[in-house]
Ligand binder design. Structure first.
Ligand code: PLP
Length: 351
């Protein structure tokens, strides 16, 4: 049996989604004439409580266009040290927009507003770089699917607003936060000026993200997207997959959360130093395999040989992500393999 838990981007379109793609009404979206894209954009804007939205080929482009709306060359964007925008978008803010970045260390990627405010420099004048935007990731990918508490997000929103600094929410997995907590998407949306969401993660669409913001910002984002090479034509084909995912594959994210929690409980019971099950809130399980004497790379290879595929996020942490294509049987197999392989080094202590 094989459980491919490297990422929730690995999902394949379901038969219902493929049918929706075939039937999609389309037009030229660079002319704003693709009705399915327009429907998707309106739907996501409404869900997030923003005026407008824009369909994007990738989450990275949605984030980078979002950052560019806040900051220009010589300004800075700040976030935690594990943030996707800082760590996994290949320096795009610097390479494309001349934006510099700074970060603070955040355990599990959890937002601590006071720390963010200490790093923030609202008006650096002629001496320090001015902070144009704070980025929050919810749920937090490399943090282990961490859900950011709504009161902290609201406090960040208020304090940054007072300081004249923007907030961008990297909500690639905001759907998971919503399903895990029951907090309305619009309540999360209200905590940021600009919000990106992915359709291609746990929701199961083959491609696509959406950026939501004010109507004026989205007008500007349309220009920035085209400039970055993201102007797309008859992409109602893809927007239809996103529409289908929102209608049929949103609520089922709860199953991914349950399965990740089951494996966390199984591992945590045997090896509490490797994972605290209470921290596994959504579909991502990050194991501190270093605490059991493994390097992340060796561990991932070893469990991979036994049909469980994960991803080493750094030297001592391995990540496993649940999604649409991982069922209960694969989940049980995963728990067995992880517990057995983690135990190998511990029982052979010193070897
Ligand atoms: C996946 C992801 C993105 C976007 O990734 P793309 O591969 O560019 O679509 C952005 N932020 C987070 C937190 C992600 O997990």
């Amino acid at each position: 049996m094989v459980a491919d838990l490297r990422s929730d981007t690995l999902t394949r379109p379901t038969p219902g989604m493929r049918a929706a793609v075939l039937e999609a009404e389309v037009g030229d979206d660079v002319y704003g004439e693709d009705p399915t894209v327009v429907e998707l954009e309106e739907q996501v804007a409404r869900l997030l409580g923003h005026e407008a939205a824009l369909f994007m080929p990738t989450g990275s482009m949605a984030n980078q266009v979002g950052l560019r709306l806040h900051a220009g060359p010589g300004q800075e964007v700040i976030s935690d040290h594990l943030a996707h925008v800082l760590r996994a978008e290949l320096g795009a803010a610097a390479a494309y927009s001349g934006i510099t970045t700074r970060s603070w260390v955040a355990e599990r990627g959890l937002l601590d507003v006071e720390t963010a405010l200490r790093v923030m420099v609202p008006d650096g004048g002629a001496y320090q770089v001015s902070t144009a935007c704070v980025v929050v990731e919810n749920t937090h990918n490399f943090g282990g699917g961490t859900v950011q508490p709504l009161p902290e997000l609201q406090r960040l929103r208020q304090r940054t607003q007072e300081a004249g600094v923007g907030v961008h929410l990297d909500g690639a997995r905001l759907w998971n936060a919503h399903v895990a907590t029951g907090v309305a998407l619009a309540d999360y949306g209200a905590c940021a000026d600009t919000v990106s969401v992915c359709l291609s993660k746990g929701l199961g669409a083959p491609v696509g993200s959406v950026l939501a913001a004010s109507a004026e910002q989205i007008g500007q984002a349309r220009i920035l997207r085209k400039r970055m090479g993201g102007g797309m034509r008859q992409v109602g084909m893809l927007a239809a997959a996103g529409r289908y995912a929102l209608e049929h594959q949103l609520d089922r994210l709860a199953e991914d959360h349950r399965r990740a929690a089951e494996v966390a409980a199984a591992v945590g019971e045997q090896l509490p130093e490797v994972v605290d099950p209470a921290t596994v809130e959504t579909n991502i399980l990050v194991l501190d395999v270093g605490a059991a004497g493994w390097s992340a790379a060796d561990f991932v290879t070893r469990v991979g040989d036994r049909g469980v595929h994960g991803y080493p996020t750094d030297a001592r942490h391995a990540r496993f992500v649940w999604h649409l294509d991982v069922d209960d049987a694969m989940t049980g197999h995963t728990a067995d393999v992880l517990v057995a392989v983690l135990g190998e080094r511990r029982t052979g202590a010193g070897s």
